[in-house]
Write a protein that binds this ligand. Structure first.
Ligand code: UT7
Length: 333
């Protein structure tokens, strides 16, 4: 059906990379008043990876992208477009071009995209438009975040949740269409539920001319509000996309959700009536890695041999904005 409207799309490779330093819940409990018991039972998180001073976003994103290109079996010079979904760029002017250079993807156009923890799904859908219309054939979509740069490490309600990482997929024009449907959404009326906001300070540069020069402030979050939003909107949007794709719930082989909280993964699985063994989870090892979490979970499941060519995957991202979205696709060529 979708194929009749344009070029088919396949997701042919995945890759991921995480920093080497790991901090477990026990370690965190020496920093803030918390415990392994509280973090494990409320979130499912056991440890998270944190980037050192030397580890840049572009470095882990480039490694994830290289792994994805290797799996897809295409050269960096074949890539037409690189979309980097991130909220934590190395450079606010954009980090995608650094990745383009590091990969040697000389003919690719590269840009950053910000949609917080929904960034990977938004990037995938954006990439699909360029392929569907025949403009580009080979696209790299990367989700990468180093939220540890912006976490308030004195706030136990949020610092226990986040970790750093990168994941990537290769999307290609293909005779048969493997992207079965998608939907992306925003609700700015709930914007204050989760923020990493710029705080300007007045600075008079010449007499009578005052500009606002400041910095970004650490993450603030209303956890309960985000939780309620996620368990309501994620099943809703997945059901909508399945309906449009003319698929039933039992045709979904794997649910690959943004890894924010094990309780959210469980609740979404239950609401959709998808058994727990089909719900991919690696949150215990990495925590919430924002835009990286979906491609990181996908890549691990593919490399472990869980996800196989032809399997139907329902994916959904949600987070700051507020933003959310879902995509259904069959893995591989
Ligand atoms: O990508 C999207 C990013 N955001 C999210 O996914 C957040 C979604 N929300 C959540 O995952 C959950 O709301 C949290 C895990 C953040 C919190 O779980 P909760 O069950 O909603 O806990 P709560 O905020 O209601 O806090 C319960 C208690 C509070 O104490 P009192 O007021 O009952 O005495 C908190 O002060 O737990 C306390 N608390 C903690 N205790 C130990 C909050 N954080 C911690 C902590 N360690 N780290």
């Amino acid at each position: 059906m979708l194929k009749e409207l344009g070029v088919g799309i396949a997701i042919t490779g995945s890759g991921s990379a995480t920093p080497t330093v790991s901090l477990d819940n026990q370690g965190l409990s020496t920093l803030v008043e918390t415990s392994d018991e509280w973090i494990s039972s409320r979130t499912g998180i056991k440890e998270r990876r944190l980037s050192s001073v030397q580890e840049s976003l572009s470095a882990i994103a480039t490694l994830a992208a290289t792994n994805a290109l290797d799996m897809a079996g295409i050269a960096a010079t074949d890539v037409d477009l690189i979309i980097l979904a991130t909220s934590t760029p190395d450079d606010l002017f954009g980090t995608a071009c650094r990745i383009q250079a590091q990969l040697g993807a000389s003919k690719a156009v590269a840009f950053d995209m910000t949609a917080a923890c929904s960034g990977f799904v938004f990037g995938l859908v954006t990439a699909a438009q360029f392929i569907r219309t025949g403009v580009y054939q080979n696209v790299l979509v990367i989700g990468a975040d180093i939220l540890s740069r912006w976490v308030d490490w004195a706030d136990r309600r949020s610092c226990v949740l986040f970790g750093d990482g990168a994941g990537a997929v290769v999307m290609q024009a293909h005779q048969s269409d493997r992207l079965l449907g998608f939907e992306i959404r925003s609700d700015g009326t709930q914007n204050n539920a989760l923020n990493l906001a710029y705080q300007p300070q007045p600075k008079e540069i010449v007499s009578g001319v005052t500009i606002g020069q400041g910095t970004y402030q650490p993450i603030t979050m209303n956890g309960k509000e985000v939780y309620r939003f996620a368990v309501q909107k994620v099943p809703e949007v997945i059901e909508k996309v399945l309906f449009r794709a003319n698929l039933s719930i039992d045709q979904v082989d794997w649910l690959v959700l943004h890894q924010a909280n094990q309780r959210i993964l469980d609740a979404v699985g239950e609401r959709l009536n998808i058994p727990a063994h089909k719900v991919i989870s690696n949150i215990a090892k990495y925590g919430n890695t924002s835009a990286a979490s979906i491609p990181l979970a996908l890549d691990e499941a593919v490399r472990e041999g869980k996800i196989k060519t032809g399997d139907t995957i329902a994916t959904s991202g949600f987070g700051a904005g507020l933003t959310w979205g879902a995509a259904i696709f069959q893995w591989g060529r």
